[in-house]
Design a binder for this molecule. Structure first.
Ligand SMILES: Nc1ncnc2c1ncn2[C@@H]1O[C@H](COP(=O)(O)OP(=O)(O)OP(=O)(O)O)[C@@H](O)[C@H]1O
Length: 219
């Protein structure tokens, strides 16, 4: 009889992950267990290493020491990590400045091998009137909205969101919450790095703090 296969219940497991960037030991023994479908808020001062940790989980950065898995894939298998994650970067990286909003989203779908409702996503983030504007001519808040629409369409099983509320007005913050709740409701595992704990925790009640390169549960 074949042995029963137990699916890995974890989206993320990190053990003693350390990373040095230049002179800085940015991550120093990070341990993390995230269940599939869990949403977590990532807190920490400027320069604490939040973006760095998101980039490790997204397969964009290798680690110096330690071990970990993302959906069962080793951290060193960065290609598999990239295929199962979406990183919504703070600075809008991933958006193509010379493509229009609509073209950017259509391109994301093509790149990820998906079909989806581009105009619906633009409407969700209130960018319909800017659909044919090139990304380079968007305001910072509009770029953030476009990045949220991109994350929504991508719907990758692990979505890593860097400062989703920065540069947004009150309506925009509501849009960001709506998008994050939608992703979470679809079973997407979320890590939300934010400086607005009260907002982030409305989606991701469990909060972790990155301090001195290590993660601890935040009360
Ligand atoms: N490519 C790099 N080379 C050298 N040092 C880097 C590099 N990227 C980041 N760092 C350093 O790593 C540390 C952590 O940066 P990171 O961007 O991860 O912090 P953060 O917690 O996201 O900060 P913020 O809240 O300001 O966005 C900082 O000291 C930063 O200067």
């Amino acid at each position: 009889m074949a042995a029963a296969v137990t699916p890995d219940p974890y989206a993320v497991q990190l053990r003693g992950v350390s990373l040095r960037l230049g002179q800085d030991a940015v991550l120093r023994g990070v341990d993390l267990d995230l269940a599939r479908g869990e949403a977590v808020t990532l807190l920490g001062a400027n320069g604490a290493g939040k973006t760095t940790l998101l980039r490790v989980l997204a397969g964009a950065l290798g680690v110096s020491r330690g071990d970990g898995r993302v959906f069962g894939f080793a951290l060193s298998d960065r290609r598999s990590l990239r295929e199962h994650t979406h990183l919504m970067a703070f600075d809008g990286a991933g958006l193509y400045p010379d493509l229009t909003c609509r073209e950017n989203l259509a391109f994301t779908l093509r790149m990820y091998g998906l079909s989806g409702d581009v105009d619906g996503a633009l409407a969700r983030v209130d960018l319909t009137r800017a659909a044919d504007r090139r990304a380079r001519f968007l305001s910072a808040g509009m770029r953030k909205r476009l990045a949220l629409a991109r994350a929504l369409l991508a719907g990758r099983p692990l979505t890593l969101v860097d400062e989703p509320f920065a540069n947004l007005d009150d309506d925009g913050r509501a849009v960001a919450l709506d998008v994050l709740r939608d992703l979470h409701g679809r079973g997407v595992t979320l890590v939300v790095a934010a400086h607005e704990p009260e907002l982030a925790r409305a989606v991701a009640a469990r909060a972790l703090r990155l301090q001195g390169g290590a993660l601890t549960e935040a009360p």
